[in-house]
Design a binder for this molecule. Structure first.
Ligand SMILES: Nc1ncnc2c1ncn2[C@@H]1O[C@H](COP(=O)(O)OP(=O)(O)OP(=O)(O)O)[C@@H](O)[C@H]1O
Ligand SMILES: [Mg+2]
Length: 368
């Protein structure tokens, strides 16, 4: 938290209920100018509601919304600043372009140059940067989903807002084009220097786009931090599982570590004798053929957790950039692994395994 007087957008202590359904519980999120913050969480956890409160589309019940240190809405107090006076650009999932205006008129709509709105040359530059120069006179229904997305983004930024709110801006796009459009969007948003708050439920998208991620569950922020922090140091099993599949083991803490069929993992501060769960990511595994030792990859700590026994390959499938291997660990149990490149030993062959402990997360066992 950067404190109340910080520039950019500051949402503090926001709680919200629809009737008896409490959907936000004491949520605080702040976004600095030039920063892109993602709200990441499962469907129904309150992401859109928080964005709508920030925009003034949903009346604030409890908490405080401030822009550049000035409160524009405070729970229980009259005089909320109306949406159009907040200097906030909005882009929602459906883009909401005006069907009877062409691209240029869609973008120019609502620009007030006296209030810092962009001029025609800014719009020309933006269209060029987004590859839309030849579509300036086109109507929305003649554009692809990706092109409409870009028009909606330029339109949201054309009035020159200091804050940009994006709600699942890529969800309507097919996976193939999403990566490029994400990269272009990130570049474009960063150049404007706005404080951007983006909602997504795609962890990879959040990691790609965000300077910081706020993970939400059930109306609360469960963890916030940089993408690397969240991926390597999830605060709990929920966050660990949100960032991708895991192989899960349960065990008891003994002498500071938890024993699993794959070896011992550091239990951190968990109490001696307590129940723990170990979550090992498929990409934690380093494999080698039976006659050699698994080696750390660049970025790994020197000491892998070495699996003492060779493991039988049940399945090995190519995924293009990586290979998926299902390995038997005995007693009818197996682990999923993901290895960079093409490592495709035949089913029934044996491999040796080491595990990057930074990708094995240990938590107090949760009741399930
Ligand atoms: N206007 C409303 N009236 C009543 N309940 C609402 C209203 N808007 C949202 N809700 C409820 O509030 C909860 C949070 O909804 P919200 O749209 O904020 O979730 P979300 O995190 O954006 O989910 P998704 O990822 O599916 O878009 C849900 O249970 C939803 O049904
Ligand atoms: Mg939503």
């Amino acid at each position: 938290m950067r404190g109340d007087s910080a520039t950019g957008l500051s949402l503090s202590g926001i709680s919200h209920a629809f009737g008896k359904n409490r959907v936000l519980d004491n949520v605080s999120v702040d976004v600095a100018p030039g920063e892109l913050v993602c709200l990441l969480g499962p469907s129904g956890c309150g992401k859109t509601t928080l964005l709508r409160i920030a925009a003034g589309l949903e009346p604030l019940q409890t908490g405080r919304v401030a822009i550049d240190g000035v409160a524009i809405a405070e729970g229980g107090k009259a005089g909320e600043l109306p949406p159009e006076r907040r200097g906030i650009g909005l882009m929602f999932q459906d883009y909401a372009l005006f069907p009877h205006r062409n691209v240029r008129d869609n973008i120019a709509f609502g620009i007030d140059k006296k209030k810092g709105g962009r001029r025609a040359d800014w719009i020309d530059d933006a269209l060029a940067q987004m590859g839309l120069t030849n579509h300036a006179d086109a109507y929305p229904h003649t554009l692809s989903g990706g092109q409409q997305q870009r028009v909606a983004l330029i339109r949201a930024l054309a009035p020159g807002p200091n804050i940009l709110l994006l709600d699942e801006p890529f969800s309507g796009l097919d996976v193939g084009r999403r990566a490029q459009i994400r990269a272009d969007t990130l570049d474009f948003v960063k150049k404007t220097g706005v404080a951007a708050l983006m909602v997504t439920h795609d962890p990879e998208e959040a990691m790609f786009m965000a300077d910081r991620i706020f993970v939400m569950n059930d109306g609360r922020v469960v963890q916030s931090g940089s993408p690397v922090d969240l991926y390597f140091q999830p605060a709990n099993a929920f966050v660990a599982e949100l960032f991708g599949p895991v192989n899960r083991f349960v065990g008891t803490v003994h002498d500071g570590s938890v024993e699993t069929p794959l070896g011992k993992f550091n239990a951190g501060t968990l109490a001696e004798g307590s129940a723990a769960e170990v979550m090992i990511r498929p990409e934690a595994f380093r494999l080698s053929t039976e006659d050699s030792e698994p080696k750390p990859m660049p970025g790994d700590p020197d000491d892998l957790v070495v699996v003492s026994q060779p493991l039988e390959v049940l399945t090995a499938r190519p995924l293009g950039r990586s290979s998926y291997l299902l390995l038997s660990i005995g007693n009818g149990c197996s682990v999923e692994t993901r290895i960079p490149g093409a490592f495709l030993p035949g089913a029934g062959s044996m491999v040796r395994a080491g595990i990057n402990p930074r990708l094995a997360h240990v938590f107090a066992a949760a009741a399930r």
